[in-house]
Each structure stands twice: as C-alpha cells, then as structure tokens.
Design a protein around this ligand. Sequence first.
Ligand SMILES: [Zn+2]
Length: 380
Amino acid sequence: MTSEPALSAGKVLRNIAGAVGDVRVFGGPGRYLQGPGAIDLLGGVVAPFGRFPAVIGDRQVVTMLRSRIEASLGAMALQPRFGVLDGEITRDAIARLSQGLEGATLVIGVGGGKSLDAAKGVAMTLSVPTVTVPTIASNDSPTSAAIAIYDDNHVMIAVDRMAASPVCVLVDTALIAAAPTSFLRAGIGDAISKKFEAEGCMAGSGVTPFGTRPLLTAQAIADRAYTTILNDAEEALAACERNEVTDPLERVVEAVILMSGLGFENGGLSLAHSLTRGLVRARGTREAIHGAQVAWALLAHLAADGWPDEALRELMSFYRRISLPVRLEDLGMPDPTDDEIEEIARLTMTAPHLANFATPLTQAAVAAAIRRVEVVAGSA
Ligand SMILES: [Zn+2]
C-alpha cells in the first residue's frame, strides 16, 4: 500500500469498477444512530478511533453544544480540540482548519451542511475518519461522502468525494425538532426526488456517484423514502413546529438523512438535481434553499418523463399541503420569461447527472417540461 491521498482512492475505486465492466458498488456510513439525546453517545461512538478527536462547527453551534460534547468525550478520556468554521467552504478554509487540527485522530462535524462539509474536507486532508452530527435535517449530506467546495464569491466550484463514507452519522432528533421547521421541509424536498432519479438511472444506462451501475438495494431504499414522506411529512412538520419528537418525525428524519443519502449515492442523481445548476444562478431562485429547488425540479423531471397532468396535479396538491414550491414564483421567480426558462434549461444541460435520465434529453425538452409545470400549476 502506498500512502496516496484519500481522494485518489475514490478515483481508484471508480477506475477499478469501470475497468471490469459489471462490478457494482454499494457504500454508506459505518454506523447510523438516531434518536432524542443521541448526541450524548458521541464519546462512545468515537472512542475506538483514537484519543484526539477534532470537532468542527460554526460559532453558534459550537457555543450551544460545546459543554455537552466535551462531557460526552471527556467521559471516555478523550481530549478534543475545536475548530470554528467562519464563512464559506473554500479549499483555503479547509487547508487552514486542517493545519490547526494536525494530529487529530478523527474529525467530527457538528451543525449544518457547511460544518459537515468542512469536517469532511479536514478529515480527507488529514487522512482520518469522519463522524457527522447534523443539527438540522435540510438535506442528506450527513450520510454522503460528497463535499461541496465553493469559491470566495459563494459559487460552488466542485464536489469532492471522500474515499470512505463517514464512519458514523449521529442524529439527535431533539436537536432536529428544536431547529426551524423550514430546514426539515427543505430536507423533505431534497429526499422526495431520489426515487425518481434512481429509477431514471436504473432504466437508462446511468451510473451512481461511484461511477458504477446501481444495485437494486438503492432503489428499494429510495422508494421507501418517498412513501415515508407521503405518509408522514405533514405530521412530522407539525411536530417540528411544536419542537416535539414524535414517531412520524423520527421516520421522516430517517427518510431525509439516511434513506435519501443512501438512495442517491448508490442509486444515482438525474434531471431533478441537474436542474439546480440553473436554479442556483437564476433570478430569485438562486436564493432558495437546495431542498426547495430540488422539490420544484422534481415536478419538471416528472413532466419531462411524460407524467400526465393529473398525476402532476396530485403531487402538486401534496406539495401545497406541506408548503413545498409548485411554481417558479414560489421559488422566488415571479413571471419567468422565456429567456429565463431557456437559461435554466441551458445550464441544466451542463450537469453530468443529466446522462442518468432514462432517455436522452435536449435543452428544448427541459425548457418545455418547465413550461408545462408552470401551466399545470396554474390550472391546479
Ligand atoms: Zn440534494
């Protein structure tokens, strides 16, 4: 074994699979813990990985949880160091944090997506395992090996991938329930698309983020994420509004963080996520949270896939019940012009996941799907 950087191990895995053709890969976190008070189990979870864990979070989260984390780690005789993330996840920010935390035996990310991505980036730089402790459930990044990298102008420039998934994802549902409901609603939006993106990937010649054809397991998981959301999202959001942990909330958090993450990493992304390439740059929609963009984008994905108006209307009425966006106006773009729709479609065509749609797509077909969603939403 050579001591190659962790990133290239991921590439090697892709190359091996590509070279032998039909090898398929399933990857996921080593452990997943979920429940109220789970954060107090952190010490026991990380103790096997060495005595010097690093903890990375934004200032607010570190202030809120530091003493609890220190108590849990201290009970296992661990000596943590804390790194505070200020601002964007740039390559420079990751390098700076890594320098300050050299010698860490493991990196724990606590907080929202940026804190978890920073922890993953530092873990990758230091070649040590990572543990994610999401305090909101706005997307499935805690489960995934992906790291979104930005430049100083807040533009995403790359998605890096760790060679290994987090060794543990620890979700304290009391923290999730106490966080603003809008985050959980966004997480639902991010998760609801995964069934259909995986289906497209499987039906065509698509590949997962591992670069391989999907196994059936991911489809089964993504399907269950979808039905869980249909059955439980309304009650889960109501519970979150009351800051209360209930069974529906537990099930929806599992769908949003675990099932959605396993579903996309092993089942593949497709048109719905490709559309976010356009939405993150377009008027108004660029301000919308990722999960809201994905929820709306799923409607265009299904329109492009030939769903009849009636089926689209039914899904839209579910969206309306849980306040997910059905029109571009709901995403922040009232009265979209033809040029604006074309530009979203043009940028969508640059996304690599687009090749995971069941049939080849053109820019005109994507633009037509967006227009159809606008029309159906207007008539619903
Ligand atoms: Zn997503």
